[in-house]
Design a protein around this ligand. Structure first.
Ligand code: GP9
Ligand code: MN
Length: 428
C-alpha cells in the first residue's frame, strides 16, 4: 500500500547519487537510438575467429573516440531475459525473482518509464521489433511505458526468407525500420530490438560469412556466426545514419541484453576463450555485456566503473539534461564519481570491484579465489554488500508486485493515459 511506497521512497532518497554534472545535458535535444544487441556478450568485442574479427563494426564503435564504452557493465536479468533487460534499461527497476514483470504486471501497473519521461520533454517515442507484438506482452507494456509507436511484425514487408528464429533477420529489420524512423518527428527516442543473434543461432547459408567455432558443442558453435551477422547489420545501419546526416543530431546507445552462452556450457567456453578452467566465478564475470554511448563530438573512452542495466536510465537522462532527482529508480549515473559499484544479480549474487558473490560463496574479484582469512573490515563490507543487494531487490519487487508507483508521481511527470496508445494497424 502507500506506506510501502514511503519506505521505498525513503530508501531511494537516502541512497540517491548526484549525477556527473560535467555530462549533464551534453546530448540535450538529440535524437536517441537505443539499439538492443540480442544475446550479445562483452567477450565478443575484439574476439577473433576464422582469421577475422567476429564483430568489426561494433569493435570500431567500442574503440571510437566518440564513444563512451564500458567494460565492466553486467546484464542483471532473471527468467524474463529480454523482458527483464527492457524493464531495467527503461525503468531502472529490477525484473522479478520469477517470471517476467512485463507479462505479469506490464498491462496493469503504473510506470514512469523512459518513453513517458521523454514524451514530456518533447520527444516522440517508438519501439521497433520484427516479431509478433504480443511477445513478452510488449504491446500492452509499451502502452504503460508511454510509447507513442510500436512497430512490430505487421509493419514490415514479409517475404519467404525474411524470418529466422524469433523474427525478422536483423539486416532486413534495421533497413526497413529506417523508412519509419525518417518519418518520426524529431527529437525522437527510438528503440530497435534485434533478434537474429538468439539461441539456437540459426542463419541461412547466404548470410554465413564466418565459420562456426569448433568446440564441438552445437549450442555454442553457431554463436559467432549470428553475432557476425548482427554486427554487419549494425555497420549498415550506422552507414545509413551517416548518409542521412542524422548522426550529427543523434546519440546512439548500444547494449547487450543477456548472455548468449549459459553456464551449462563451461567446457565449450573454456575452449573458446583458450582457458584451462572456467568455473562459477568465471561465469559470473562472463555476464558482462556491452554498454556504449556514441555521439558526434563526444569525448569518449573506455570507462571501467562496475555497473549494469539498472544504471542505464539515470545515465541517459543525465546526458539528455533531464532532471532526475525525484524519480523512483534503483540505478545511478554510471559517470558519477560517487556511485556504488555494487552490481546485483537477480538471484542475490553480486559483483563489485572487490568481491563477487556466486551461489552464496564469496570470491576476491581480482584473483577469483574464494575469500578466507577476512579482516573484520572486509567481513563488514561483504555483509553490507549482501544486505544492500537483498534490500534493493526486495524493494524493487515491492514496487512492481504492489504497483506502488500509482501512489507517487515525480515532480513534473504527467501520468500515462494508456488509452491514448494503440499500436495496431487495424481495430481489434
Ligand atoms: C522475442 C525476443 C526474444 O521477441 O525478444 O526474447 P528472449 O528469448 O531473448 O528473452
Ligand atoms: Mn534476449
Amino acid at each position: 500500500d502507500s506506506s510501502d511506497m514511503k519506505t521505498v521512497k525513503n530508501y531511494i532518497n537516502n541512497n540517491r547519487v548526484a549525477p556527473n554534472v560535467q555530462y549533464t545535458g551534453i546530448a540535450k535535444g538529440k535524437n536517441v537510438f537505443v539499439i538492443h544487441l540480442e544475446s550479445f556478450q562483452q567477450f565478443l568485442i575484439d574476439f577473433k575467429w576464422d582469421g577475422q574479427e567476429v564483430t568489426p563494426n561494433i569493435n570500431k564503435l567500442y574503440h571510437s573516440q566518440n564513444t563512451l564504452s564500458f567494460d565492466n557493465f553486467f546484464n542483471q536479468v532473471g527468467q524474463g531475459k529480454t523482458a527483464d533487460a527492457e524493464l531495467m534499461m527503461e525503468n531502472s527497476l529490477f525484473g522479478l525473482p520469477e517470471g517476467a514483470a512485463m507479462v505479469t504486471d506490464g498491462t496493469s501497473n503504473t510506470f514512469q518509464a523512459a518513453p513517458a519521461i521523454l514524451n514530456q520533454h518533447g520527444y516522440t517515442t517508438a519501439s521497433f521489433h520484427g516479431d509478433v507484438p504480443s511477445f513478452w506482452n510488449r504491446d500492452n507494456t509499451y502502452k504503460s511505458w508511454g510509447y507513442d509507436y510500436f512497430f512490430s511484425e505487421n509493419y514490415y514487408k514479409q517475404k519467404k526468407d525474411y524470418n529466422i528464429g524469433y523474427g525478422m533477420k536483423d539486416k532486413i529489420f534495421l533497413k526497413d525500420s529506417t523508412n519509419y524512423i525518417q518519418q518520426l518527428p524529431q527529437p525522437f527516442y527510438a528503440k530497435l530490438i534485434t533478434v537474429t543473434n538468439h539461441y539456437p543461432y540459426m542463419l541461412d547459408k547466404k548470410n554465413q560469412t564466418i565459420d562456426k567455432t569448433d568446440t564441438g558443442d552445437s549450442t555454442v558453435d553457431g554463436y559467432v556466426q549470428t553475432a557476425h551477422y548482427l554486427d554487419q547489420s549494425i555497420g549498415e545501419f550506422m552507414d545509413w545514419l551517416k548518409a542521412t546526416g542524422m548522426d550529427k543530431k543523434s546519440m546512439v546507445v548500444f547494449y547487450g541484453d543477456h548472455y548468449g552462452i549459459s553456464g551449462n556450457h563451461k567446457k565449450a567456453v573454456a575452449k573458446l576463450l583458450g582457458k584451462k578452467k572456467f568455473d562459477d566465478f568465471d561465469n559470473a564475470q562472463f555476464q558482462r555485456v556491452p554498454f556504449m554511448i556514441h555521439m558526434d563530438g563526444l569525448q569518449g573512452g573506455i570507462n571501467h566503473t562496475y555497473g549494469g542495466e539498472i544504471d542505464a536510465l539515470p545515465t541517459i537522462l543525465n546526458l539528455l539534461g533531464v532532471s532526475n532527482s525525484d524519480t523512483i529508480q534503483f540505478g545511478s549515473d554510471l559517470l558519477s564519481p560517487q556511485r556504488s559499484q555494487l552490481v546485483a544479480f537477480r538471484n542475490g549474487d553480486f559483483v563489485s570491484p572487490q568481491f563477487t558473490k556466486v551461489n552464496g560463496n564469496y570470491y576476491d574479484t581480482k584473483t577469483g579465489n574464494p575469500v578466507k582469512d577476512l579482516t573484520s573490515d572486509q567481513k563488514k563490507s561483504i555483509d553490507q554488500m549482501t544486505n544492500r543487494v537483498d534490500t534493493e531487490l526486495s524493494l524493487s519487487d515491492k514496487v512492481i508486485t504492489g504497483d506502488l508507483l500509482r501512489f507517487y508521481t515525480p515532480k513534473g511527470f504527467a501520468k500515462v493515459n494508456k488509452k491514448n496508445h494503440t499500436y495496431s494497424k487495424t481495430k481489434s
